[in-house]
Design a protein around this ligand. Sequence first.
Ligand code: PEP
Length: 265
Amino acid sequence: MQAWVIGNWKQNPATNSAVNALLDDLLTKVNTEEQANLQASKNRCKLMVAPSCVHLSTVSTRLAGSSILCAAQDVSTYSASTGAYTGDCSAQQVADAGATWTLLGHSERRQYHKESHECLISKLSHAFSQNLGVVFCIGETQEQYDNGQTLDVINEQLSVIKDLLTQQPDLALSLSENLLIAYEPVWAIGTGKVPTVAEVSETHQYIKQTVASFADTTDTITVLYGGSVNADNANSFASDAMIDGALVGGASLKADSFLAIADAF
Ligand code: PEP
Protein backbone atom coordinates (compact mmCIF):
# COMPACT_ATOMS: atom_id res chain seq x y z
CA MET A 1 0.00 0.00 0.00
CA GLN A 2 1.23 3.48 -0.88
CA ALA A 3 2.24 5.34 2.28
CA TRP A 4 1.34 8.97 2.89
CA VAL A 5 2.99 11.68 4.95
CA ILE A 6 0.87 14.80 5.36
CA GLY A 7 1.85 18.09 6.95
CA ASN A 8 -0.87 19.95 8.84
CA TRP A 9 0.40 23.52 9.04
CA LYS A 10 -2.56 24.59 11.21
CA GLN A 11 -2.57 28.41 11.74
CA ASN A 12 1.06 28.69 10.59
CA PRO A 13 3.23 30.30 9.26
CA ALA A 14 2.31 33.87 10.18
CA THR A 15 3.22 35.61 6.93
CA ASN A 16 3.27 35.05 3.20
CA SER A 17 7.02 35.46 3.15
CA ALA A 18 7.43 32.74 5.79
CA VAL A 19 5.16 30.45 3.75
CA ASN A 20 7.32 31.09 0.69
CA ALA A 21 10.51 30.46 2.64
CA LEU A 22 9.16 27.10 3.86
CA LEU A 23 8.14 26.22 0.29
CA ASP A 24 11.56 27.22 -1.06
CA ASP A 25 13.23 24.88 1.39
CA LEU A 26 10.75 22.06 0.83
CA LEU A 27 10.87 22.19 -2.95
CA THR A 28 14.66 22.39 -3.10
CA LYS A 29 15.06 19.42 -0.78
CA VAL A 30 12.35 17.34 -2.44
CA ASN A 31 13.90 17.90 -5.85
CA THR A 32 17.34 16.88 -4.60
CA GLU A 33 15.87 13.80 -2.93
CA GLU A 34 13.91 12.82 -6.02
CA GLN A 35 17.07 12.93 -8.15
CA ALA A 36 18.81 10.65 -5.64
CA ASN A 37 15.81 8.32 -5.39
CA LEU A 38 15.64 8.06 -9.17
CA GLN A 39 19.24 6.96 -9.28
CA ALA A 40 18.67 4.45 -6.48
CA SER A 41 15.27 3.33 -7.97
CA LYS A 42 13.74 4.09 -4.60
CA ASN A 43 10.07 4.99 -4.21
CA ARG A 44 9.02 7.66 -1.78
CA CYS A 45 5.69 7.95 -0.03
CA LYS A 46 3.06 10.43 -1.18
CA LEU A 47 3.52 13.89 0.27
CA MET A 48 0.85 16.47 0.98
CA VAL A 49 0.69 19.73 2.95
CA ALA A 50 -2.36 21.49 4.36
CA PRO A 51 -1.79 25.25 4.69
CA SER A 52 -4.34 27.66 6.13
CA CYS A 53 -7.00 28.63 3.58
CA VAL A 54 -5.55 32.11 3.24
CA HIS A 55 -2.34 30.56 1.88
CA LEU A 56 -3.94 27.85 -0.27
CA SER A 57 -3.59 29.62 -3.61
CA THR A 58 0.04 30.57 -3.01
CA VAL A 59 0.95 27.07 -1.87
CA SER A 60 -0.96 25.19 -4.58
CA THR A 61 0.46 27.44 -7.30
CA ARG A 62 4.00 26.91 -6.09
CA LEU A 63 3.51 23.14 -5.69
CA ALA A 64 2.00 22.70 -9.16
CA GLY A 65 4.29 20.43 -11.14
CA SER A 66 5.92 19.03 -8.00
CA SER A 67 5.07 15.70 -6.37
CA ILE A 68 3.61 17.42 -3.28
CA LEU A 69 -0.17 17.68 -3.10
CA CYS A 70 -2.07 20.48 -1.44
CA ALA A 71 -4.98 20.07 1.00
CA ALA A 72 -7.31 22.43 2.82
CA GLN A 73 -7.71 22.07 6.60
CA ASP A 74 -11.51 22.28 6.57
CA VAL A 75 -14.57 23.10 4.45
CA SER A 76 -17.87 24.78 5.27
CA THR A 77 -20.61 22.58 6.62
CA TYR A 78 -23.40 24.78 5.27
CA SER A 79 -22.84 24.90 1.54
CA ALA A 80 -20.56 23.16 -0.92
CA SER A 81 -20.42 26.30 -3.07
CA THR A 82 -21.55 29.82 -2.07
CA GLY A 83 -23.86 31.47 0.46
CA ALA A 84 -24.29 33.82 3.42
CA TYR A 85 -21.85 32.03 5.75
CA THR A 86 -19.44 34.68 6.98
CA GLY A 87 -15.97 33.38 7.67
CA ASP A 88 -16.51 30.01 5.97
CA CYS A 89 -14.65 28.63 2.94
CA SER A 90 -16.59 26.13 0.86
CA ALA A 91 -15.38 22.91 -0.71
CA GLN A 92 -15.78 24.52 -4.14
CA GLN A 93 -13.71 27.54 -3.07
CA VAL A 94 -10.83 25.51 -1.64
CA ALA A 95 -10.86 23.25 -4.72
CA ASP A 96 -10.74 26.35 -6.92
CA ALA A 97 -7.80 27.62 -4.83
CA GLY A 98 -5.92 24.44 -5.75
CA ALA A 99 -6.67 21.97 -2.95
CA THR A 100 -7.29 18.42 -4.12
CA TRP A 101 -7.87 17.10 -0.59
CA THR A 102 -9.12 18.43 2.72
CA LEU A 103 -8.62 17.46 6.34
CA LEU A 104 -11.92 17.03 8.19
CA GLY A 105 -12.76 16.39 11.83
CA HIS A 106 -9.39 17.39 13.26
CA SER A 107 -9.57 17.29 17.06
CA GLU A 108 -8.90 21.05 17.21
CA ARG A 109 -11.98 21.63 15.05
CA ARG A 110 -13.99 19.22 17.20
CA GLN A 111 -12.78 20.94 20.40
CA TYR A 112 -12.86 24.63 19.47
CA HIS A 113 -15.67 24.60 16.90
CA LYS A 114 -17.79 21.89 18.48
CA GLU A 115 -18.06 19.93 15.24
CA SER A 116 -20.89 17.44 15.59
CA HIS A 117 -21.74 14.15 13.89
CA GLU A 118 -24.21 15.87 11.52
CA CYS A 119 -21.83 18.71 10.76
CA LEU A 120 -19.13 16.21 9.77
CA ILE A 121 -21.48 14.18 7.57
CA SER A 122 -22.32 17.42 5.76
CA LYS A 123 -18.65 18.42 5.38
CA LEU A 124 -17.70 15.01 3.99
CA SER A 125 -20.60 15.14 1.57
CA HIS A 126 -19.67 18.64 0.37
CA ALA A 127 -16.01 17.69 -0.02
CA PHE A 128 -16.81 14.59 -2.08
CA SER A 129 -19.32 16.55 -4.19
CA GLN A 130 -16.43 18.82 -5.24
CA ASN A 131 -14.13 15.85 -5.92
CA LEU A 132 -11.91 16.55 -2.94
CA GLY A 133 -10.28 13.62 -1.17
CA VAL A 134 -10.82 13.62 2.58
CA VAL A 135 -8.37 12.96 5.41
CA PHE A 136 -10.82 12.15 8.20
CA CYS A 137 -9.29 12.65 11.65
CA ILE A 138 -10.40 10.64 14.67
CA GLY A 139 -9.01 9.89 18.11
CA GLU A 140 -9.75 9.68 21.80
CA THR A 141 -9.04 12.18 24.59
CA GLN A 142 -6.71 11.45 27.50
CA GLU A 143 -9.65 10.68 29.76
CA GLN A 144 -11.17 8.28 27.24
CA TYR A 145 -7.78 6.60 26.79
CA ASP A 146 -7.35 6.25 30.56
CA ASN A 147 -10.81 4.69 30.79
CA GLY A 148 -10.05 2.16 28.06
CA GLN A 149 -12.66 3.66 25.71
CA THR A 150 -10.45 4.16 22.65
CA LEU A 151 -12.18 1.65 20.36
CA ASP A 152 -15.66 2.78 21.42
CA VAL A 153 -14.76 6.38 20.61
CA ILE A 154 -13.27 5.36 17.26
CA ASN A 155 -16.38 3.37 16.47
CA GLU A 156 -18.62 6.33 17.22
CA GLN A 157 -16.47 8.75 15.19
CA LEU A 158 -16.34 6.35 12.21
CA SER A 159 -20.13 6.10 12.24
CA VAL A 160 -20.08 9.47 10.43
CA ILE A 161 -18.81 7.58 7.38
CA LYS A 162 -21.30 4.79 7.89
CA ASP A 163 -24.19 7.25 8.03
CA LEU A 164 -22.93 9.16 5.01
CA LEU A 165 -22.78 5.91 3.04
CA THR A 166 -26.31 5.05 4.09
CA GLN A 167 -27.45 8.43 2.79
CA GLN A 168 -25.31 8.25 -0.37
CA PRO A 169 -24.55 4.59 -1.15
CA ASP A 170 -22.76 5.41 -4.43
CA LEU A 171 -19.86 6.98 -2.54
CA ALA A 172 -18.66 3.53 -1.45
CA LEU A 173 -17.12 3.03 -4.86
CA SER A 174 -14.51 5.72 -4.35
CA LEU A 175 -13.78 5.26 -0.65
CA SER A 176 -10.47 3.48 -1.00
CA GLU A 177 -9.11 6.21 -3.26
CA ASN A 178 -10.72 9.33 -1.84
CA LEU A 179 -10.60 8.75 1.88
CA LEU A 180 -7.72 8.46 4.31
CA ILE A 181 -8.26 8.01 8.03
CA ALA A 182 -5.87 9.74 10.41
CA TYR A 183 -5.88 8.20 13.88
CA GLU A 184 -4.75 10.97 16.20
CA PRO A 185 -5.12 10.46 19.94
CA VAL A 186 -5.96 13.95 21.22
CA TRP A 187 -3.55 13.51 24.13
CA ALA A 188 -0.67 12.89 21.72
CA ILE A 189 -1.19 16.00 19.57
CA GLY A 190 1.51 18.57 20.23
CA THR A 191 2.38 17.05 23.61
CA GLY A 192 5.43 14.91 22.88
CA LYS A 193 3.53 11.91 24.31
CA VAL A 194 2.88 8.97 21.99
CA PRO A 195 1.08 5.64 22.31
CA THR A 196 3.12 2.49 21.80
CA VAL A 197 3.41 1.19 18.26
CA ALA A 198 1.50 -1.92 19.39
CA GLU A 199 -1.39 0.24 20.61
CA VAL A 200 -1.50 2.21 17.36
CA SER A 201 -1.29 -0.99 15.35
CA GLU A 202 -4.23 -2.56 17.19
CA THR A 203 -6.34 0.58 16.75
CA HIS A 204 -5.49 0.81 13.05
CA GLN A 205 -6.48 -2.80 12.55
CA TYR A 206 -9.80 -2.04 14.20
CA ILE A 207 -10.31 1.04 11.97
CA LYS A 208 -9.57 -0.95 8.81
CA GLN A 209 -12.00 -3.70 9.81
CA THR A 210 -14.69 -1.25 10.83
CA VAL A 211 -14.57 0.82 7.63
CA ALA A 212 -14.47 -2.35 5.49
CA SER A 213 -17.53 -3.67 7.33
CA PHE A 214 -19.75 -0.79 6.33
CA ALA A 215 -18.12 0.43 3.15
CA ASP A 216 -18.80 -2.82 1.29
CA THR A 217 -15.32 -2.90 -0.17
CA THR A 218 -12.55 -5.44 -0.15
CA ASP A 219 -9.99 -2.64 -0.53
CA THR A 220 -8.10 -1.79 2.61
CA ILE A 221 -8.48 1.75 3.78
CA THR A 222 -5.32 3.75 4.36
CA VAL A 223 -4.84 4.66 8.03
CA LEU A 224 -2.26 7.22 9.12
CA TYR A 225 -1.03 7.85 12.64
CA GLY A 226 -0.82 11.42 13.96
CA GLY A 227 0.34 12.87 17.27
CA SER A 228 3.88 14.05 18.08
CA VAL A 229 5.47 12.23 15.15
CA ASN A 230 9.01 13.47 14.62
CA ALA A 231 12.21 12.55 12.83
CA ASP A 232 13.29 10.38 15.79
CA ASN A 233 10.18 8.26 16.31
CA ALA A 234 8.93 8.00 12.69
CA ASN A 235 10.91 4.83 11.98
CA SER A 236 9.21 2.90 14.74
CA PHE A 237 5.74 3.79 13.45
CA ALA A 238 6.81 3.10 9.86
CA SER A 239 7.99 -0.38 10.80
CA ASP A 240 4.43 -1.56 11.57
CA ALA A 241 2.41 -2.95 8.66
CA MET A 242 -0.84 -1.43 9.97
CA ILE A 243 0.55 2.13 9.94
CA ASP A 244 0.31 3.53 6.42
CA GLY A 245 1.89 6.90 7.05
CA ALA A 246 1.68 9.94 9.27
CA LEU A 247 -0.23 13.17 9.75
CA VAL A 248 2.33 15.60 11.11
CA GLY A 249 1.74 18.94 12.83
CA GLY A 250 4.70 20.70 14.46
CA ALA A 251 7.41 18.73 12.66
CA SER A 252 5.92 19.59 9.25
CA LEU A 253 6.88 23.25 9.65
CA LYS A 254 10.53 22.49 8.94
CA ALA A 255 11.44 20.90 5.60
CA ASP A 256 14.19 18.81 7.20
CA SER A 257 12.04 17.12 9.83
CA PHE A 258 9.07 16.70 7.47
CA LEU A 259 11.21 15.00 4.85
CA ALA A 260 13.01 12.88 7.44
CA ILE A 261 9.59 11.54 8.52
CA ALA A 262 8.69 10.96 4.86
CA ASP A 263 11.91 9.03 4.38
CA ALA A 264 10.95 6.69 7.20
CA PHE A 265 7.83 5.59 5.33
C1 PEP B 1 -1.89 17.32 14.24
O1 PEP B 1 -2.31 18.33 14.78
O2 PEP B 1 -2.51 16.80 13.30
C2 PEP B 1 -0.65 16.74 14.76
C3 PEP B 1 -0.39 15.50 14.49
O3 PEP B 1 0.15 17.58 15.50
P1 PEP B 1 1.60 17.24 16.11
O4 PEP B 1 2.35 16.44 15.09
O5 PEP B 1 2.22 18.56 16.37
O6 PEP B 1 1.35 16.44 17.35
